[in-house]
Design a protein around this ligand. Structure first.
Ligand code: DAH
Length: 338
């Protein structure tokens, strides 16, 4: 008799199926009214009394094994889960897969957080801009050669309406509406008529920063940037190289020391270890005048950076186009770890 029970142990253990019907058939064959378990329980009375105790124990074990097997297989079976989802509204909700934030949003939010901590507000402006806010007010009058630095998409044939080429246009809008002290950052999407490659795209994102108050100096700018790069990249060295932007004087480009540990480091820093991450400078008094801010009383600094560039560095992404393809295999890899 005991042998009979043991044989069933093997059978139950080896049974597997993900088909809900088969699992139910299996359950009935053991635990149904006319099932094997009932047969065995009925046979209990014929077991010699010496063996009754062991037989009873084994039989109970078999019953438990059958219950566990059915429960496990059912919870694994998809058909079962979806059935439950529809029919049993009192059941606790299944965990909902919420997806991930886009890497550009993760980096943007981090930059916003870092500047919010030192009192910068957020300002936003339109992506379709006019010539004044994107160029002229920023000390880039019509026909100024520096306009060529940013290849522009114009809307239809009107040269006054364009897709903003940088978020510096938001600076102008903010200064027109607010008097100093001003401390604001403007994140947003920008457009340039550039050939698309692994390093450049016609759409990308920037964060612009602006600080206007009394007696603002270049040292304040450098200190702010140092605070920012340390918060974002960890303890990193920065250097400022003289550069040219029409809206700032003097102007500089900011490099961080990225290091030369891996082959990728060599490639992205062109063997120098240094990497350019943004432009900056002291706001040109002409820009302040254009926005009706007294340039004798106030001075300020501004800076602007590309979010893709920074995301590529932080996440070691080698092709900018990946950010715009919305391939979930790419997007699923980003967790807000920074
Ligand atoms: N607007 C510049 C660009 O898109 C970046 C920039 C440079 C912004 C210097 C600034 C600045 O505010 O001071 O290339």
């Amino acid at each position: 008799m005991i042998e009979r029970v043991k044989k069933h142990f093997n059978e139950v253990e080896n049974f597997t199926s993900s088909d809900i019907k088969k699992i139910e058939e299996f359950r009935l064959s053991y635990a149904g009214k006319k099932g094997i378990l009932n047969d065995l329980f009925a046979a209990f009375k014929d077991v010699p009394s010496k063996q009754k105790k062991t037989f009873g124990k084994e039989l109970n074990k078999l019953k438990q094994l059958v219950n566990k097997k059915v429960k496990d297989l059912k919870s694994k079976s998809k058909t079962f889960s979806s059935k439950i989802k529809i029919n049993d509204t009192s059941r606790t909700a299944f965990p909902i897969r919420t997806g991930n934030r886009h890497p550009i949003s993760i980096v943007k939010n981090k930059i916003i957080e870092i500047f919010s901590q030192i009192g910068f507000s957020i300002s936003e402006g339109p992506e379709i801009e006019d010539d004044w806010h994107n160029f002229s007010a920023l000390n880039l009058p019509l026909h100024h050669p520096a306009r060529d630095m940013q290849d522009t998409f114009f809307i239809q044939t009107d040269p006054d309406v364009l897709l903003r080429t940088h978020t510096s246009s938001v600076q102008v809008r903010h200064m027109e509406k607010n008097q100093p002290p001003i401390r604001t950052i403007s994140p947003g999407r920008v457009y340039r008529n550039e050939a698309i490659s692994s390093r450049a795209h016609c759409i990308f994102h920037q964060v612009e920063g602006l600080y206007i108050a009394k007696d603002v100096s270049f040292a304040d700018l450098k200190q702010t940037l140092k605070y920012f790069t340390e918060a974002l990249f960890g303890n990193s060295e920065i250097r400022l190289r003289p550069s040219y932007f029409p809206f700032t004087e003097p102007s500089a480009e900011v490099d961080i020391y990225w290091g030369l540990e891996t082959e990728t480091d060599y490639r992205i820093t062109k063997g120098t270890g240094w990497l350019e991450i943004m432009g900056c400078g002291m706001v040109d008094p002409n820009v302040l005048k254009n926005c009706e801010i007294n340039s004798d009383e106030y001075s300020g600094f501004a800076f602007g950076m590309g979010i893709e560039r920074i995301a590529m560095l932080l996440y070691q992404v080698s092709d900018i186009r990946l950010f715009f393809e919305n391939d979930v295999r790419f997007l699923n890899q980003f967790k807000p770890t920074i």
